[in-house]
Design a protein around this ligand. Structure first.
Ligand SMILES: [Zn+2]
Ligand SMILES: [Zn+2]
Length: 81
């Protein structure tokens, strides 16, 4: 237990040490820097994750939605995104 805690701290995952990440445009707070970048791109810049399978080209707001789609529709494990 103590070891796991130490590892969390090392990774910067301890809540009190984590800086609040807030979108300057809509004041929404995000859990990670990557999440904030993704939020800004998707919500404010209209970015979409596109399915790269030929003839499909479906668009998704989230990386995980695209991943689910490729898994379910194309039976592919993980396409390079
Ligand atoms: Zn925002
Ligand atoms: Zn597709």
């Amino acid at each position: 237990m103590a070891e796991a805690d130490a590892r969390k701290i090392a990774l910067g995952l301890k809540p009190i040490q984590r800086k609040a990440l807030v979108c300057l445009t809509c004041s929404r707070s995000l859990l990670s820097r990557q999440g904030l970048h993704e939020h800004i791109r998707v919500e404010h810049q209209g970015f979409r994750y596109c399915c790269k399978v030929k003839g499909c080209g479906k668009e998704f707001k989230g990386r995980s939605e695209l991943r689910d789609h490729t898994k379910q529709k194309h039976k592919t494990k993980d396409l390079e995104i």
